[in-house]
Design a protein around this ligand. Structure first.
Ligand code: G3I
Length: 335
């Protein structure tokens, strides 16, 4: 009797162990955006505002649905270096620490941007400005070394319109080579981080701005400038919808030898039409193997920088919208 009991216990323990073994999610068991994306080899992330980490509804959705976190504002120049050489990482650390404690990865946003500059930096010119901007890149990247998996090293350096020109900014006026100098400084400070160029309105391959970014990335790769990815912000509106050939744009960049990521996805609209646009954007990423992840730019519509456009996957109360279901279904059905 004892022998039969011990054998049955062995069988039970094997079965129980089997039940709790960590198996990769399947299409049917992937019940969150993060797990559904992970089964395709991608991440699904979100832009986070640190002061909302006391909001239980916000944190509940964040912890459950998303695998990568981007601080929406707390790593920008004015937040991290409010006075020259006086760094404040506390607001960003609050988000980074939460993400890492939850087993999530962090995208850093953004080291150099023409907007959101502290007054001391905006007042510099020439060699003093070039030294200060590269010191900023070095200090911030080094501080987060090993904690930030990908950096938006430079954000929005190209002008809108039909010229494909660089955006006129204080950084640009230090010389055309400011962007590559920033990438070299970031690589030196954290060789483990993926280094991205990030911009908006580069989703349509025919647009001059898209072509200008494409030429820069191609030139950087040819000259060994350390660039690993292109971030396409993917802010879509009624007047700037998801392009029919979005996947081709993504593939064009990827074929240069970089990853592509949708870094700030939000789509103006509501209901079935919004859901269909989200499905198209996600499907475009799924069609390109080096499209490594998607980040939506906020949790609930009320958290959005453009809340009135109701552009996100959860409504103001945190309820899932049709767009959420469309995204989850697209990820779960992906081959
Ligand atoms: O923190 C201050 C607060 O103390 C003050 O009371 C309040 C009112 O003045 O302003 C708060 O700062 C605001 C900050 O968001 C945090 O909420 C700034 O005014 C506001 O300009 C800032 O807007 C952010 C914007 O970038 C400019 O930095 C948005 O939240 C953020 O979603 C948006 O994100 C950008 C990306 O970084 C780059 N791509 C475009 C995207 C949309 O503009």
């Amino acid at each position: 009797m004892r022998e039969l009991l011990s054998k049955s216990l062995v069988v039970v323990s094997v079965v129980v162990a089997g039940v709790f073994a960590v198996e990769p999610a399947t299409a049917s068991t992937a019940t969150t955006l993060a797990t559904a994306a992970e089964r395709t080899g991608r991440y699904f992330g979100v832009g986070v505002q640190g002061y909302k980490l006391t909001d239980q509804t916000y944190v509940g959705i964040l912890n459950r649905e998303f695998g990568v976190v981007t601080p929406e504002n707390e790593m920008k120049l004015d937040a991290t270096e409010p006075q020259q050489n006086r760094f404040n990482f506390a607001p960003a650390d609050r988000i980074v620490d939460h993400a890492l404690q939850q087993g999530k990865r962090v995208r850093g946003h953004t080291l150099l941007w023409h907007a959101g500059q502290p007054s001391w930096l905006a007042g510099l010119r020439g060699t003093a400005l070039r030294a200060a901007m590269l010191n900023h890149v070095t200090q911030v990247t080094a501080y987060y070394r090993g904690k930030v998996y990908a950096w938006d090293v430079v954000n929005e350096a190209f002008a809108d319109g039909t010229t494909g020109a660089r955006r006129d900014s204080n950084f640009q006026r230090t010389g055309d080579d400011w962007i590559e100098a920033a990438f070299h400084a970031a690589r030196a400070a954290d060789p483990t981080a993926k280094l991205c160029y990030n911009d908006y309105n580069i989703e349509n391959r025919a647009h001059a701005k898209t072509q200008a970014v494409y030429r820069m990335v191609r030139d950087f790769k040819a000259r060994g400038v350390p660039i690993d990815c292109v971030g396409l912000q993917s802010h879509f509106t009624a007047n700037h919808p998801v392009p029919a050939d979005f996947a081709t744009t993504l593939r064009d960049f990827a074929d240069l030898g970089v990853d592509v990521q949708l870094t700030e996805l939000d789509i103006e609209g509501s209901g079935a039409a919004q859901a269909e646009n989200y499905r198209r954007a996600v499907t475009a990423c799924l069609a390109v193997s080096r499209c490594t992840g998607i980040t939506v730019w906020g949790v609930r519509d009320s958290d959005s920088w453009r809340a009135s456009a109701t552009p996100l996957l959860f409504d103001h109360s945190g309820a899932e919208k049709p767009a959420y279901t469309a995204v989850l279904d697209a990820l779960r059905c992906a081959r």
